[in-house]
Design a protein around this ligand. Structure first.
Ligand SMILES: [Zn+2]
Length: 409
């Protein structure tokens, strides 16, 4: 079975994660897909395939190199799909694409633009029927890992080391690494097969800090407020305006970081603001924190000590800090992608990934693109030929990792 055929099967499982649901998995239907995957893994010779009580699927492809003592390589993808678009009753559709806009729903004028597809003329495109997302994020990755398992199972002439597979729940709501048992997984290095187009090889994510700003005001009858009232809403507004306007996410790209206000609740007595701070270098995160501290200090000078309080919560670090210590892990896929005649895309991820958390839990874990795009939307698509390319690339990477000694990683 080819990767794209698997994607078209897997897409039918409704596995949208549910933010409001605190359980793991957040959607009990994720278990249906997880159990089906474990069964399929067993049929492909992965005898230890199992689903744990939190819906993490794990299994081992044993090395076929005698006396193998090289790195244990992990391959990771997530089984949930985004809650940001309708995700039940997905009907995947295969279209041979010859150019122009790809119409998904005539009535609603829902289409994938010719621009998004300009590199895929003559390719076969998988989409939904326009009423839901497709779920190629991340079922394309799952499909490619399973297809790799099938190919290695059927062709013993491909030399490989020990491969550990993990499929995780609830990545789309930021929880997939929470209960990921890195020790049990037992890999020395890993790749997430997630994200975007084939050719992507990402070893950097944002570093991330959260901030809560609390302003304490003094309420007074407005008719007698002179010299008595301190309106927390105004002080909070003033704080927000002291942050550089051009460093908001809507004006930033590439390697640029930002301040982003995510919530504002206020009354005269009390106002709170939630922020996220993002950048690629931790020192820049720290200097942004310093700008916010200084703003609070100034306002406290004007309005009285203790009026504005800022608290920071470290969220995650750029996985580059860990991955750069294992250069082979990115060099190998980059070489393979080039040898296949493509130009790799190493632009850092302007977000976090499973890999970011896992890297800091001791499992260096760059990301490889499985061959899809327009995620979290009804215009999501996957490219059959690129899924084939990604599968081939991963199989080649697996063989080259197996040639390394553990300390060469
Ligand atoms: Zn994803």
């Amino acid at each position: 079975m080819k990767s794209y055929e698997r994607l078209m099967e897997y897409a039918k499982y409704p596995t949208g994660s549910i933010e409001e649901n605190a359980s793991c998995p957040s959607n009990p239907k994720e278990f249906d897909f997880a159990n089906a995957l474990a069964e399929e893994m067993k049929s492909l010779g992965i005898t230890d395939a199992e689903v744990d009580e939190n819906c993490y699927v794990m299994g081992t492809i044993p090395a076929n190199i005698e006396g193998y003592d090289g790195p244990v390589l992990g391959l990771i993808a997530h089984i949930d799909t985004s809650p940001d678009a309708p995700n039940e009753n997905v009907k995947p559709k295969l279209t041979h694409y010859e150019g122009g806009d790809l119409i998904l729903n005539e009535k609603e004028d829902l289409k994938i633009s010719a621009d998004a597809l300009k590199n895929f003329i003559g390719c076969d495109i998988i989409t939904s029927d326009g009423t839901t997302l497709l779920g190629a994020d991340n079922k394309a990755g799952v499909a490619e890992i399973m297809t790799l398992a099938e190919i290695l199972h059927n062709d013993s002439s491909i030399p490989h080391g020990t491969i550990r597979i993990a499929f995780t729940p609830d990545e789309e709501i930021g929880r997939s690494s929470d209960l990921f048992d890195v020790e049990k997984f037992g890999a020395d290095c890993a790749y997430t097969i997630d994200g975007d187009l084939f050719g992507e090889c990402q070893s950097e994510t944002f570093s991330a800090m959260g901030a809560t700003v609390t302003v304490t005001g003094i309420s007074y009858h407005p008719g007698f407020a002179k010299n008595n009232m301190k309106n927390a809403i105004h002080v909070a507004e003033e704080f927000e305006q002291m942050l550089p306007v051009n460093e908001r996410p809507e004006y930033r790209e590439g390697r640029e970081g930002f301040y982003h206000i995510t919530s504002f609740n206020g009354s005269v007595e009390k106002a709170t603001m939630g922020y996220i701070i993002r950048d690629f270098v931790w020192e820049k995160i720290e200097s942004r924190c310093e700008v916010m501290r200084k703003a609070a200090e100034y306002l406290n000078h004007v309005y009285g000590e203790g009026t504005v309080q800022v608290e920071f919560t470290e969220q995650y670090h750029n996985m580059g800090e860990v991955v750069e210590k294992h250069p082979k892990l990115t060099e190998i896929p980059l070489d393979v992608i080039r040898e296949m005649g493509y130009t790799p895309d190493t632009a850092p991820i302007r977000g976090g990934t499973d890999g970011a958390f896992l890297s800091f839990k001791g499992l260096p874990c760059p990301n490889l693109g499985p061959g899809g795009s327009n995620f979290h939307s009804r215009q999501e698509f996957a490219v059959v030929q690129d899924m084939e390319n990604a599968t081939k690339m991963i199989i080649e990477v697996v063989q080259r990792i197996a040639k390394l000694k553990k300390d060469e990683l």
